[in-house]
Write a protein that binds this ligand. Sequence first.
Ligand SMILES: *[C@@H]1O[C@H](CO)[C@@H](O)[C@H](O)[C@H]1NC(C)=O
Ligand SMILES: *[C@@H]1O[C@H](CO)[C@@H](O)[C@H](O)[C@H]1NC(C)=O
Length: 225
Amino acid sequence: MKSVNILLTLSVLALATFIASAYDPSPLQDFCVAIDDPNKTLFVNGKFCKDPKLVKAEDFFTYGLNNPGDTNNPIGSNVTTVNVDQIAGLNTLGVSLVRIDYAPYGQNPPHTHPRATEILVVVEGTLYVGFVTSNQDGNRLFTKVLNKGDVFVFPIGLIHFQFNPGHYPAVAFAGLGSQNPGVIPIAKSIFGSNPAINPEILAKAFQLDQKVVKQLQKKFWVDPN
Ligand SMILES: *[C@@H]1O[C@H](CO)[C@@H](O)[C@H](O)[C@H]1NC(C)=O
Ligand SMILES: *[C@@H]1O[C@H](CO)[C@@H](O)[C@H](O)[C@H]1NC(C)=O
């Protein structure tokens, strides 16, 4: 009986170890700086990687996040991204960064990141932020008013937004749990798809008149990203 228990414990432990290592991002090496020239590659790990001997400090560097993005657009926000496209050395490492600028009453409209949780800190002004949970959780809305120094988390995949309710510009920085988090702006993806989704489908899905759907599909959908 005792040996059966030990055997069971051991196999559960082995399974747990297997699951953990299967889930870990596991870069397998210190870094894998993405490279476009396949002739100069050495290791393959998802993407081609630059020969580590040729890697320089510049591969892990970018600059300019002190500069505000231009918020002079219909939604009044601008996202400056720092992901694997800006820093090739982020490849496989599972993190990235954004700076978000908000005009007075500007917003970062409802969107999701398919591959990343986001943690946001307000460094200037005030933001009203929120996310909506999935069907399984009853589509609950979680919101918060954030002031300078406040931090908020948007869990991976959930629809979220930020709105600046103040008379002054606001600035936030956010870390994301992927070197390539991706972004799906809800309104732009649905009504600004290329080619357009059949208006009949959207009319039924959104309980709208087809005329309204067609009007929405004619609009220009600004993407702050
Ligand atoms: C890679 O090498 C091949 C064969 O030597 C050459 O034809 C090709 O132009 C090279 N590609 C680049 C991007 O340098
Ligand atoms: C965001 O700001 C940058 C830098 O000022 C600008 O080039 C870009 O067009 C802006 N994007 C939007 C959507 O306004």
